[in-house]
Design a binder for this molecule. Structure first.
Ligand code: PXP
Length: 237
């Protein structure tokens, strides 16, 4: 089974545009779970442009499924994660000014740093996932630093899907085979949507979780949140 974790950054972004509490992020998280989502993901960035630091303990208190916090492990981010103890922490090498994550870790170059961070999270009982591009060496590096899972960065897959979906998915299938061989779990995310999700799932053996935000929240404008969650769950069945 592949779990659907809904990324709520875009809900927070709309809320922050007016400075009030509409839409109510906590209620949306509760409803996503009620409608069938198996996880809630947030990616607090240093400028708090969408998820704020104050959102974290509120979400931690109410999420019943899996709470996943993503981000670049700066000292401040690590402090937030260790205080709020999510079930999973996904480490992403993004720059503070970056619009969105667009590449994975070089797990070989950053081996010493990642080993230290992963062991700190492990000691706190938090499962750790490393955002990586679909390259066997990076997957092996993630295993070497002690990560429990990788999250495959699927931006390139989504971009190339309409040109040739078979070519687009190939490096991801190959990376997944490496991950399965060496015994590290597989998550995936970025730009997954109702067109490209099913084919991705079908071609990734043992895909444990996808985290989806932008497309899912956009689809909810047309179909409503309940229907949209059902549509995504159907693709993952
Ligand atoms: N995974 C990571 C590491 C991300 O940074 C994001 C975007 O915040 C996602 C998954 C979800 O991507 P999208 O919003 O395109 O579904």
């Amino acid at each position: 089974m592949t779990r659907l974790s809904i990324n709520l950054n875009k809900v927070a972004l709309i809320r922050n545009a007016r400075g009030g509490n509409l839409p109510n992020l906590e209620q949306v998280a509760i409803d996503c779970e009620k409608f069938g989502a198996q996880g809630i993901t947030v990616h607090p960035r240093p400028d708090e442009r969408h998820i704020t630091f104050a959102d974290l303990p509120k979400l931690k208190a109410l999420v019943q499924t899996e709470f996943n916090i993503e981000g670049n492990p700066t000292p401040h981010f690590m402090d937030l994660v260790l205080k709020n103890k999510p079930h999973q922490c996904t480490l992403v090498p993004d720059d503070p000014s970056q619009l969105t994550s667009d590449h994975g870790w070089n797990t070989i170059e950053h081996e010493a740093f990642l080993t230290e961070i992963v062991s700190e999270l492990k000691a706190a009982g938090i499962r750790t996932s490393l955002f990586v591009d679909p390259e066997g060496k990076m997957v092996e590096g993630a295993k070497k630093v002690g990560a429990d899972r990788i999250e495959l960065y699927t931006g390139d897959y989504a971009h190339d899907f309409s040109k040739d979906k078979y070519t687009a998915v190939k490096p991801f299938t190959e990376a997944a085979l490496v991950a399965n061989q060496i015994g590290i779990g597989i998550n995936a995310g970025h730009d997954l949507n109702l067109d490209n999700l099913k084919f991705f799932k079908e071609n990734i053996p043992n895909l444990l979780e996808v985290s989806i935000g932008q497309a899912l929240i956009s689809d909810a404008l047309y179909y409503g949140l309940y229907n949209t969650v059902q549509l995504y769950l159907r693709e993952l069945r």
